[in-house]
Design a protein around this ligand. Structure first.
Ligand SMILES: O=C(O)CCC(=O)C(=O)O
Ligand SMILES: [Fe+2]
Length: 233
């Protein structure tokens, strides 16, 4: 197991799983080199809407700079996480949505959810959100906590270097509190396949899947590798 065995159950129940030292210190060092090189190459771009103040970069489709092997090591570990979570959370596509994010001093991200109802047809939707925190050092004074909401209560999660945080993309409202220092992370989403013929696949009522099928509300998605392989994000 690449993360704690309790992770799938925690996420299934609408909790937040935190895994400390997901990226070991040496990998963290190399990832910082990678991010710095991509920054110098001008590969980061400001996110559009003003609810967030951060810059994003595609770590996969990149100019030939940085430490690809370090990024790839993190990507592989995340793919193992995806594999580990499938028995509890249902099938998730091998294509993973990924961004490096840089929050400058004063950066933030207002309260939001990562997946929401849509009337647009879609082939997959965000199922599990994850954030790998890649800032070299963090102290309480740096701020930039991830605030997660449970109804009218909340918890503040420190962006500890090398830690990984995972939660349900549809259920968990969250925000990034203003950071007092530059803050780096790799964020991304594991997608679940949708029935391409239906307009959307928003879960209305959650049920635990059984054997090879899993159910969100009224819809059943078959766990067939062929279906997963042919979908794109
Ligand atoms: O930076 C973080 O801790 C979370 C970012 C986030 O919520 C998002 O990009 O959707
Ligand atoms: Fe988010």
């Amino acid at each position: 197991l690449v993360i704690d065995a309790s992770a799938g159950q925690t996420i299934f129940e609408g909790g937040v799983h935190r895994e400390e030292n997901f990226a070991p210190p040496r990998l963290l060092d190399d990832l910082q080199v990678d991010i710095a090189a991509l920054g110098e190459a001008g590969h980061f771009e400001l996110a559009g809407p003003d609810m967030r103040h951060a810059e994003y970069c595609d770590p996969v489709d990149r100019p030939p700079v940085g430490d690809w092997d370090a990024f790839f090591a993190l990507w592989e570990r995340l793919d193992m996480v995806r594999d580990q979570l499938q028995p509890e959370l249902g099938p998730m596509l091998p294509e993973i949505e990924l961004h490096y994010v840089r929050y400058p001093k004063g950066g933030y991200y207002s309260r939001h959810v990562d997946d929401f109802e849509t009337t647009e047809p879609r082939r997959s939707r965000r199922r599990v959100s994850f954030v790998a925190y890649l800032t070299p050092a963090w102290t309480d004074h740096d701020g930039g906590y991830l605030r997660v909401f449970y109804g009218d209560r909340y918890a503040d999660i420190p962006p500890l270097p090398g830690s990984l945080v995972l939660f349900d993309s549809y259920q968990i409202h969250h925000e990034v509190l203003p950071t007092n220092n530059e803050r780096f992370c790799l964020i991304g989403w594991f997608h679940t396949p949708c029935d391409a013929l239906k307009s959307n696949c928003t879960p209305t009522r959650r049920e635990r899947h059984e054997d090879d099928d899993f159910t969100f509300g009224a819809r059943v998605y078959l766990n067939t590798p062929a279906a997963a392989a042919s979908s794109d994000l």
